[in-house]
Design a protein around this ligand. Structure first.
Ligand code: PXP
Length: 251
């Protein structure tokens, strides 16, 4: 049994995609993302996040059920807004589904979903997911127009894309870091005021996580690439523990 089901002020969802990236580099079954999910549960992570991409470059279809069987942590399935992914989500019934934009050629999810421009195609997908009891999240830029679109779509959760913030942090562009933080904090407050639960993720590291974790309305961070990278050097358990400590310190 995991020690993780107590509600916490700020949850940590660990994205285990890149364990599967390493596995797939050799085409076998090692390292197994399911083993990573078990470690996340043991160490006190609050959820498992996995992105089933159209090209199956990391997580594969069969991983989803294996992850769900291996732990009792909530699964947050990141998915493109396609009929194929909708059918998979309805079959697996994850705790949450985070709708992300997906371009075949991108290295990672570059930029948020255009929830405003895609309203008509998203409305059915959001409704069907919600009808199946799946908590829908939209991965959007911290932007009032996108937040308004999420509200009109009836999404209970938005996840703000922190990529611009993370890039600015890496570049040492202090002005942009401050601007990005303000944009995310303002939109988190506006989301909460409108009854939407704000989450955040993308490019978060030990160095840049705290200012985001300090935004009081943000209920969950989803963090992947950096944690799996750190795990190469320290192991996954210490990497998650350190991230958890930094998040708790910031609150
Ligand atoms: N949240 C969403 C919606 C994502 O698409 C990703 C990347 O897959 C993450 C969080 C995690 O980003 P990172 O791997 O940069 O921590």
């Amino acid at each position: 049994m995991s020690e993780t089901l107590h509600p916490r002020p700020l949850r940590l969802g660990v994205n285990i995609d890149h364990v599967a990236t390493i596995r797939n580099a050799r085409g076998g079954d090692h390292p197994d993302p399911v083993r990573a999910a078990e470690i996340v549960a043991r160490v006190g992570g609050d959820g498992i996040t996995a992105h089933l991409r159209e090209d199956r470059r990391h997580i594969r279809d069969e991983d989803l059920a294996r992850i769900q069987q291996a732990t009792d942590l909530p699964l947050n399935l990141e998915m493109a807004a396609t009929r194929e992914m909708l059918a998979i989500a309805l079959r697996h019934k994850p705790h949450a589904a985070c709708i992300v934009p997906e371009k075949r050629e991108e290295r990672t999810t570059e930029g948020g979903l255009d929830a405003a421009g895609l309203h008509n195609s998203l409305v059915h997908i959001v409704d069907e997911l919600r009808g199946a009891g799946i908590r829908v999240s939209l991965f959007i830029e911290a932007d009032e127009r996108q937040l308004d679109a999420a509200l009109r779509l009836g999404a209970p959760v938005v996840e703000f894309h922190t990529g611009e913030y993370a890039h600015a942090f890496l570049d040492g562009d202090r002005e942009k870091v401050t601007r990005e933080l303000k944009r995310i904090a303002d939109m988190a407050a506006l989301a909460a005021k409108n009854g939407i639960e704000p989450h955040a993720g993308h490019g978060l590291t030990f160095e840049n996580v705290q200012p985001i974790a300090a935004i009081p309305q943000i209920a969950e961070l989803n963090i992947g690439h950096y944690l799996i990278g750190e795990a190469v050097f320290t192991g996954l358990e210490p990497a998650i523990r350190r991230m958890r400590e930094l998040m708790d310190e910031a609150r």
